[in-house]
Design a protein around this ligand. Structure first.
Ligand SMILES: [Zn+2]
Ligand SMILES: [Zn+2]
Length: 277
């Protein structure tokens, strides 16, 4: 069913099947976006290049085959998205090419090279690893969390995020409280408050570096009551002056494009100003 078309919504976090954990081609996702009545989408395939992480993660799927995460593989992705824009823009859907970089300390040189080779419309920084183990993968979160108390985990997570923001490479931060994805079941309710006193310096750095925050609706699909981030964190971001960069479904399949956007758009009201001219 199409969304309310009084406002033109854009989904700025979509994984086509170039991402190893996604299904549905670029074209399938564009078709889904058209059906939902979106005006614009931005693909954000994964670029997880941590050399200390599992080798099977440093991959991209090109022409249906898993390939190492080389710049040539990225070029195929960029080309495919550009071709989709050529096809869909004339019929009302702008198709942008972005990327979701899994940030780790030390990646700056490589990511700097990536960004000078390709002109991405939207560069998302995500913290997927804490000390080289995935914090948000269902097969590895226990291994990740079992090394730390909840406060130790959060100290490390936010310190890494602050480095990502300070790098000056990125436009926005993805799913800023994603540690709650499996952290709620692992640590209990303490996880929902663990940002307090830790996220503020990150927000101040975001204001300084003009890095925005995304509202990511995928948390609802994982059984959470609130998005990434929670309303408490969104309100704190606004209070400190962090801008909302976009809303994103973090779709990994076409049916999740624009997931829960009716509600997310109301929260991110500044992105969709009504015009009475
Ligand atoms: Zn992510
Ligand atoms: Zn994502």
């Amino acid at each position: 069913m199409p969304l309310n078309n009084d406002i033109s919504l854009a989904d700025y976090h979509i994984h086509p099947d170039f991402s190893i954990d996604a299904v549905g081609s670029v074209d399938d996702h564009c078709q889904a976006a058209l059906k939902k009545g979106l005006a614009e989408i931005c693909f954000t395939t994964h670029y997880d290049s941590n050399p200390n992480g599992p080798a099977e993660e440093r991959m991209m799927v090109v022409d249906g085959v898993r390939a190492p995460l080389t710049f040539d593989a990225v070029a195929k992705y960029v080309e495919t998205v550009q071709k989709a824009n050529d096809l869909y823009y004339p019929i009302g859907l702008e198709v942008r090419c972005g990327i979701e970089v899994g940030y780790y300390a030390g990646c700056e040189k490589l990511i700097g090279e990536l960004f000078s080779r390709f002109e991405f419309h939207y560069k998302l920084a995500a913290i997927h690893d804490i000390e080289d183990i995935c914090v948000c993968c269902h097969t590895r979160f226990e291994k990740c969390f079992s090394r730390f108390r909840v406060d130790e985990m959060a100290d490390r997570y936010f310190a890494t995020m602050e480095k990502a923001v300070q790098s000056g490479l990125f436009d926005a931060v993805a799913h800023i409280d994603v540690y709650k994805k499996y952290g709620l079941q692992f640590y209990g309710d303490a996880i929902l408050h663990i940002h307090q006193g830790r996220i503020e310096p990150v927000f101040e750095a975001m204001v300084e570096n003009d890095v925005g925050i995304e509202i990511n609706t995928s948390a609802l699909r994982k059984g959470h009551a609130e998005y990434y981030p929670s309303m408490e964190i969104i309100n704190l971001a606004r209070k400190i002056g962090v801008r909302i960069a976009a809303i994103g479904s973090d779709a990994h399949s076409p049916e999740d494009v624009a997931f829960d956007f009716e509600n997310a758009a109301a929260i991110a009201y500044e992105l969709f100003p009504y015009c009475d001219e």
